[in-house]
Write a protein that binds this ligand. Structure first.
Ligand SMILES: Cc1cc2nc3c(=O)[nH]c(=O)nc-3n(C[C@H](O)[C@H](O)[C@H](O)COP(=O)(O)O)c2cc1C
Length: 317
Protein backbone atom coordinates (compact mmCIF):
# COMPACT_ATOMS: atom_id res chain seq x y z
CA UNK A 1 0.00 0.00 0.00
CA UNK A 2 1.11 3.55 -0.65
CA UNK A 3 2.13 5.68 2.30
CA UNK A 4 1.42 9.37 1.84
CA UNK A 5 2.64 12.17 4.09
CA UNK A 6 -0.34 14.35 5.01
CA UNK A 7 -0.15 18.11 4.59
CA UNK A 8 0.36 19.89 7.93
CA UNK A 9 0.30 23.66 7.68
CA UNK A 10 3.24 25.13 9.61
CA UNK A 11 5.07 21.77 9.83
CA UNK A 12 5.54 19.98 6.52
CA UNK A 13 7.19 22.90 4.79
CA UNK A 14 9.34 22.43 1.69
CA UNK A 15 12.44 22.22 3.91
CA UNK A 16 10.80 19.59 6.11
CA UNK A 17 9.63 17.49 3.13
CA UNK A 18 13.06 17.58 1.51
CA UNK A 19 14.89 16.71 4.74
CA UNK A 20 12.43 13.92 5.52
CA UNK A 21 12.78 12.38 2.06
CA UNK A 22 16.58 12.49 2.30
CA UNK A 23 16.92 11.20 5.84
CA UNK A 24 13.95 8.87 6.40
CA UNK A 25 12.22 8.16 3.07
CA UNK A 26 9.58 5.43 2.72
CA UNK A 27 6.96 7.96 1.58
CA UNK A 28 5.37 7.59 -1.87
CA UNK A 29 4.19 11.20 -2.04
CA UNK A 30 4.24 14.30 0.13
CA UNK A 31 1.08 16.44 0.10
CA UNK A 32 1.98 20.10 0.57
CA UNK A 33 -0.09 22.31 2.88
CA UNK A 34 -2.83 24.17 1.03
CA UNK A 35 -2.28 27.11 -1.27
CA UNK A 36 -4.99 29.72 -0.85
CA UNK A 37 -6.16 33.06 -2.14
CA UNK A 38 -5.16 36.00 0.02
CA UNK A 39 -5.99 39.59 -0.91
CA UNK A 40 -7.32 38.43 -4.25
CA UNK A 41 -4.29 36.44 -5.38
CA UNK A 42 -2.46 33.17 -4.64
CA UNK A 43 -0.63 33.57 -1.32
CA UNK A 44 3.01 34.35 -2.06
CA UNK A 45 4.38 32.55 1.02
CA UNK A 46 2.64 29.31 -0.03
CA UNK A 47 3.99 29.61 -3.56
CA UNK A 48 7.53 30.19 -2.34
CA UNK A 49 7.30 27.09 -0.17
CA UNK A 50 6.36 25.02 -3.21
CA UNK A 51 9.47 26.14 -5.10
CA UNK A 52 11.61 23.53 -3.27
CA UNK A 53 9.43 20.85 -4.87
CA UNK A 54 8.90 22.47 -8.25
CA UNK A 55 9.25 19.73 -10.89
CA UNK A 56 10.74 22.28 -13.33
CA UNK A 57 13.70 22.73 -10.99
CA UNK A 58 14.33 19.06 -10.42
CA UNK A 59 17.75 17.81 -11.40
CA UNK A 60 17.59 14.74 -13.69
CA UNK A 61 21.00 13.68 -12.31
CA UNK A 62 19.56 13.72 -8.81
CA UNK A 63 15.83 12.97 -9.01
CA UNK A 64 13.62 13.83 -6.07
CA UNK A 65 13.04 10.87 -3.74
CA UNK A 66 9.27 11.26 -3.82
CA UNK A 67 6.91 13.60 -5.52
CA UNK A 68 5.23 16.53 -3.84
CA UNK A 69 1.58 17.04 -4.65
CA UNK A 70 0.48 20.63 -4.14
CA UNK A 71 -2.91 21.20 -2.55
CA UNK A 72 -5.39 24.01 -3.07
CA UNK A 73 -8.33 25.23 -1.01
CA UNK A 74 -11.08 27.25 -2.69
CA UNK A 75 -14.66 28.35 -2.05
CA UNK A 76 -15.71 28.78 -5.68
CA UNK A 77 -14.76 27.72 -9.16
CA UNK A 78 -13.23 31.19 -9.65
CA UNK A 79 -10.76 30.71 -6.78
CA UNK A 80 -10.18 27.16 -7.99
CA UNK A 81 -9.25 28.35 -11.49
CA UNK A 82 -6.82 31.02 -10.27
CA UNK A 83 -4.99 28.57 -8.00
CA UNK A 84 -4.90 25.77 -10.56
CA UNK A 85 -3.62 28.10 -13.25
CA UNK A 86 -0.65 29.26 -11.18
CA UNK A 87 0.31 25.66 -10.31
CA UNK A 88 0.06 24.54 -13.93
CA UNK A 89 2.31 27.44 -14.92
CA UNK A 90 4.84 26.21 -12.40
CA UNK A 91 4.82 22.77 -14.00
CA UNK A 92 2.81 20.80 -11.43
CA UNK A 93 0.53 18.27 -13.09
CA UNK A 94 -1.05 16.64 -10.06
CA UNK A 95 -3.18 18.75 -7.71
CA UNK A 96 -5.07 17.86 -4.55
CA UNK A 97 -8.29 19.69 -3.68
CA UNK A 98 -8.99 20.32 0.01
CA UNK A 99 -12.52 19.71 1.26
CA UNK A 100 -11.65 18.93 4.85
CA UNK A 101 -9.88 21.82 6.55
CA UNK A 102 -11.74 22.55 9.81
CA UNK A 103 -9.93 25.82 10.70
CA UNK A 104 -12.74 28.31 11.53
CA UNK A 105 -11.06 30.99 9.36
CA UNK A 106 -11.41 28.74 6.30
CA UNK A 107 -14.77 27.13 7.16
CA UNK A 108 -16.36 30.57 7.68
CA UNK A 109 -15.10 31.55 4.22
CA UNK A 110 -16.86 28.49 2.81
CA UNK A 111 -13.59 26.65 2.16
CA UNK A 112 -12.36 23.21 3.25
CA UNK A 113 -14.94 21.42 5.40
CA UNK A 114 -17.14 24.51 4.91
CA UNK A 115 -17.71 23.46 1.31
CA UNK A 116 -18.95 19.94 2.09
CA UNK A 117 -22.57 21.01 2.58
CA UNK A 118 -22.67 22.89 -0.75
CA UNK A 119 -23.19 20.18 -3.38
CA UNK A 120 -23.92 22.80 -6.05
CA UNK A 121 -20.54 24.54 -5.77
CA UNK A 122 -18.75 21.19 -5.48
CA UNK A 123 -20.44 20.05 -8.69
CA UNK A 124 -19.26 23.17 -10.58
CA UNK A 125 -15.70 22.61 -9.33
CA UNK A 126 -15.85 18.91 -10.26
CA UNK A 127 -17.03 19.90 -13.76
CA UNK A 128 -13.95 22.12 -14.05
CA UNK A 129 -11.78 19.20 -12.90
CA UNK A 130 -13.38 16.98 -15.55
CA UNK A 131 -12.62 19.56 -18.25
CA UNK A 132 -9.00 20.08 -17.19
CA UNK A 133 -8.45 16.33 -16.89
CA UNK A 134 -9.86 15.78 -20.38
CA UNK A 135 -7.28 18.17 -21.85
CA UNK A 136 -4.52 16.21 -20.10
CA UNK A 137 -3.34 19.41 -18.39
CA UNK A 138 -3.53 17.98 -14.89
CA UNK A 139 -4.87 15.20 -12.73
CA UNK A 140 -6.77 15.84 -9.53
CA UNK A 141 -7.40 14.15 -6.22
CA UNK A 142 -9.63 15.18 -3.31
CA UNK A 143 -8.89 15.16 0.44
CA UNK A 144 -12.04 15.40 2.52
CA UNK A 145 -13.88 14.73 5.74
CA UNK A 146 -17.29 13.19 6.22
CA UNK A 147 -18.91 16.58 6.64
CA UNK A 148 -18.81 19.81 8.60
CA UNK A 149 -21.84 18.95 10.79
CA UNK A 150 -23.09 15.56 9.60
CA UNK A 151 -21.70 12.52 7.74
CA UNK A 152 -24.70 12.79 5.40
CA UNK A 153 -22.79 15.57 3.61
CA UNK A 154 -20.18 13.15 2.22
CA UNK A 155 -22.85 10.78 0.95
CA UNK A 156 -24.69 13.57 -0.89
CA UNK A 157 -21.38 14.44 -2.59
CA UNK A 158 -20.24 10.89 -3.34
CA UNK A 159 -22.25 10.38 -6.59
CA UNK A 160 -20.82 13.69 -7.90
CA UNK A 161 -17.29 12.63 -6.92
CA UNK A 162 -17.79 9.16 -8.39
CA UNK A 163 -18.69 10.77 -11.74
CA UNK A 164 -15.54 12.97 -11.74
CA UNK A 165 -12.22 11.65 -13.10
CA UNK A 166 -10.27 11.77 -9.82
CA UNK A 167 -7.03 9.88 -9.20
CA UNK A 168 -7.98 9.23 -5.57
CA UNK A 169 -10.02 10.37 -2.60
CA UNK A 170 -8.45 10.64 0.84
CA UNK A 171 -11.02 10.44 3.62
CA UNK A 172 -10.52 11.58 7.20
CA UNK A 173 -13.55 10.09 8.96
CA UNK A 174 -14.34 12.97 11.31
CA UNK A 175 -16.56 16.01 11.04
CA UNK A 176 -15.17 19.53 10.68
CA UNK A 177 -16.72 20.50 14.01
CA UNK A 178 -14.59 17.81 15.73
CA UNK A 179 -11.38 19.38 14.37
CA UNK A 180 -8.68 16.70 14.97
CA UNK A 181 -10.04 15.09 18.14
CA UNK A 182 -12.86 12.83 19.16
CA UNK A 183 -14.14 9.53 17.88
CA UNK A 184 -13.39 8.43 14.32
CA UNK A 185 -16.59 7.41 12.51
CA UNK A 186 -15.41 4.04 11.19
CA UNK A 187 -18.91 2.89 10.21
CA UNK A 188 -19.30 5.85 7.87
CA UNK A 189 -15.78 5.23 6.58
CA UNK A 190 -16.77 1.63 5.72
CA UNK A 191 -19.90 2.79 3.93
CA UNK A 192 -17.83 5.28 1.95
CA UNK A 193 -15.22 2.58 1.23
CA UNK A 194 -17.95 0.33 -0.18
CA UNK A 195 -19.57 3.03 -2.32
CA UNK A 196 -16.54 4.97 -3.55
CA UNK A 197 -15.52 4.13 -7.12
CA UNK A 198 -12.10 5.84 -6.92
CA UNK A 199 -8.95 4.55 -5.25
CA UNK A 200 -9.54 5.40 -1.58
CA UNK A 201 -6.88 6.50 0.92
CA UNK A 202 -7.54 6.33 4.66
CA UNK A 203 -6.36 9.16 6.91
CA UNK A 204 -6.65 9.54 10.68
CA UNK A 205 -4.80 8.73 13.93
CA UNK A 206 -2.34 6.20 12.47
CA UNK A 207 0.76 6.01 14.65
CA UNK A 208 2.25 2.51 14.21
CA UNK A 209 3.19 -0.09 11.60
CA UNK A 210 0.77 -2.57 13.18
CA UNK A 211 -2.13 -0.12 12.66
CA UNK A 212 -1.17 0.27 9.00
CA UNK A 213 -1.07 -3.52 8.56
CA UNK A 214 -4.41 -3.88 10.33
CA UNK A 215 -6.02 -1.34 7.98
CA UNK A 216 -4.56 -3.21 5.01
CA UNK A 217 -6.00 -6.49 6.30
CA UNK A 218 -9.46 -5.03 7.04
CA UNK A 219 -9.76 -2.98 3.86
CA UNK A 220 -7.91 -4.82 1.06
CA UNK A 221 -9.18 -2.39 -1.61
CA UNK A 222 -7.50 0.60 0.11
CA UNK A 223 -5.05 2.41 -2.19
CA UNK A 224 -3.03 3.86 0.64
CA UNK A 225 -2.74 5.40 4.06
CA UNK A 226 -2.07 9.08 4.59
CA UNK A 227 -0.32 9.90 7.85
CA UNK A 228 0.18 13.30 9.46
CA UNK A 229 0.80 13.66 13.18
CA UNK A 230 1.96 10.04 13.50
CA UNK A 231 4.77 10.78 11.07
CA UNK A 232 5.77 13.99 12.88
CA UNK A 233 6.00 11.87 16.02
CA UNK A 234 7.89 8.98 14.42
CA UNK A 235 9.39 10.15 11.12
CA UNK A 236 10.64 6.60 10.40
CA UNK A 237 7.09 5.19 10.30
CA UNK A 238 6.71 4.96 6.50
CA UNK A 239 10.18 3.42 6.01
CA UNK A 240 9.51 0.94 8.81
CA UNK A 241 6.24 -0.15 7.18
CA UNK A 242 8.00 -0.57 3.83
CA UNK A 243 10.71 -2.66 5.50
CA UNK A 244 8.33 -4.59 7.76
CA UNK A 245 8.40 -7.66 5.54
CA UNK A 246 12.13 -7.94 6.30
CA UNK A 247 11.49 -7.35 10.00
CA UNK A 248 13.74 -4.35 9.52
CA UNK A 249 12.53 -1.94 12.17
CA UNK A 250 14.75 1.05 12.85
CA UNK A 251 16.66 0.78 16.14
CA UNK A 252 16.00 3.49 18.72
CA UNK A 253 19.58 4.75 18.37
CA UNK A 254 19.30 4.99 14.60
CA UNK A 255 15.95 6.75 14.94
CA UNK A 256 17.37 9.29 17.37
CA UNK A 257 20.42 10.03 15.26
CA UNK A 258 18.23 10.55 12.18
CA UNK A 259 15.85 12.78 14.15
CA UNK A 260 18.83 14.87 15.27
CA UNK A 261 20.12 15.13 11.69
CA UNK A 262 16.74 16.28 10.46
CA UNK A 263 16.33 18.62 13.41
CA UNK A 264 19.67 20.18 12.50
CA UNK A 265 18.37 21.04 9.02
CA UNK A 266 15.09 22.48 10.35
CA UNK A 267 17.02 24.38 13.02
CA UNK A 268 19.42 26.00 10.55
CA UNK A 269 16.61 26.98 8.22
CA UNK A 270 14.46 28.38 11.01
CA UNK A 271 17.43 30.34 12.36
CA UNK A 272 17.74 32.20 9.08
CA UNK A 273 13.97 32.66 8.71
CA UNK A 274 12.72 33.78 12.13
CA UNK A 275 13.84 36.93 13.85
CA UNK A 276 14.24 36.76 17.57
CA UNK A 277 14.47 33.84 19.93
CA UNK A 278 10.84 33.71 20.85
CA UNK A 279 9.42 33.28 17.31
CA UNK A 280 12.17 30.87 16.41
CA UNK A 281 11.77 28.77 19.53
CA UNK A 282 8.00 28.58 19.31
CA UNK A 283 8.39 27.20 15.75
CA UNK A 284 11.06 24.66 16.64
CA UNK A 285 9.40 23.65 19.92
CA UNK A 286 6.16 22.81 18.14
CA UNK A 287 8.11 19.96 16.47
CA UNK A 288 9.41 18.75 19.83
CA UNK A 289 5.85 18.45 21.14
CA UNK A 290 4.98 16.00 18.36
CA UNK A 291 8.32 14.19 18.68
CA UNK A 292 7.83 13.54 22.41
CA UNK A 293 6.93 9.81 21.98
CA UNK A 294 10.20 9.19 20.09
CA UNK A 295 12.48 11.05 22.52
CA UNK A 296 13.93 9.65 25.74
CA UNK A 297 11.77 10.93 28.64
CA UNK A 298 14.75 12.52 30.40
CA UNK A 299 15.79 14.47 27.28
CA UNK A 300 12.27 15.74 26.63
CA UNK A 301 11.90 16.88 30.25
CA UNK A 302 15.17 18.80 29.91
CA UNK A 303 14.41 20.55 26.63
CA UNK A 304 10.72 21.34 27.19
CA UNK A 305 11.22 24.38 29.47
CA UNK A 306 14.01 25.86 27.33
CA UNK A 307 13.31 29.50 26.48
CA UNK A 308 16.53 30.72 24.96
CA UNK A 309 18.66 29.42 22.13
CA UNK A 310 21.81 29.57 24.25
CA UNK A 311 20.40 27.02 26.66
CA UNK A 312 19.27 24.82 23.80
CA UNK A 313 22.69 24.79 22.15
CA UNK A 314 24.21 23.66 25.44
CA UNK A 315 21.64 20.90 25.75
CA UNK A 316 22.30 19.58 22.30
CA UNK A 317 26.03 19.33 22.87
C1 LIG B 1 -1.42 21.67 12.36
C2 LIG B 1 -2.19 20.98 11.27
C3 LIG B 1 -2.17 21.51 9.97
C4 LIG B 1 -2.88 20.88 8.92
N1 LIG B 1 -2.83 21.41 7.65
C5 LIG B 1 -3.51 20.78 6.64
C6 LIG B 1 -3.46 21.26 5.29
O1 LIG B 1 -2.81 22.25 4.95
N2 LIG B 1 -4.17 20.58 4.35
C7 LIG B 1 -4.90 19.45 4.67
O2 LIG B 1 -5.51 18.84 3.79
N3 LIG B 1 -4.94 18.98 5.92
C8 LIG B 1 -4.26 19.60 6.91
N4 LIG B 1 -4.29 19.07 8.16
C9 LIG B 1 -4.95 17.78 8.39
C10 LIG B 1 -3.96 16.63 8.22
O3 LIG B 1 -3.49 16.57 6.88
C11 LIG B 1 -4.62 15.28 8.57
O4 LIG B 1 -5.76 15.12 7.77
C12 LIG B 1 -5.03 15.22 10.03
O5 LIG B 1 -3.98 15.64 10.87
C13 LIG B 1 -5.45 13.80 10.41
O6 LIG B 1 -4.44 12.88 10.11
P1 LIG B 1 -3.40 12.35 11.26
O7 LIG B 1 -4.26 11.83 12.38
O8 LIG B 1 -2.60 11.29 10.57
O9 LIG B 1 -2.61 13.54 11.71
C14 LIG B 1 -3.62 19.70 9.21
C15 LIG B 1 -3.62 19.18 10.51
C16 LIG B 1 -2.92 19.78 11.53
C17 LIG B 1 -2.95 19.17 12.92
Amino acid sequence: MKILFAPLQGYTTGIYRKAHAEIFGGVDAYYAPFLRIENGKPREKDLQDLEVSNPQHSNPEKPACAITVPQIIANSVDEFKVLTEVLLQKGFTQIDFNMGCPFPMQVSRHRGAGLLSDAQTVKVIMDEIAQLSATGAARFSVKMRLGQSSPDEAFVLLPILNDTPLTQITLHPRLGKQQYKGVLDILSFEKFYNECRHPLVYNGDITSVSQICEMERRYPKLAGIMIGRGMLARPSLAAEYKAATDANAVSENELLSKILKMHGKLYEHARSTYQGDSQFLSHIKSFWDYLEPSLPKKTFKKIKPVNSTNTKKQLLR
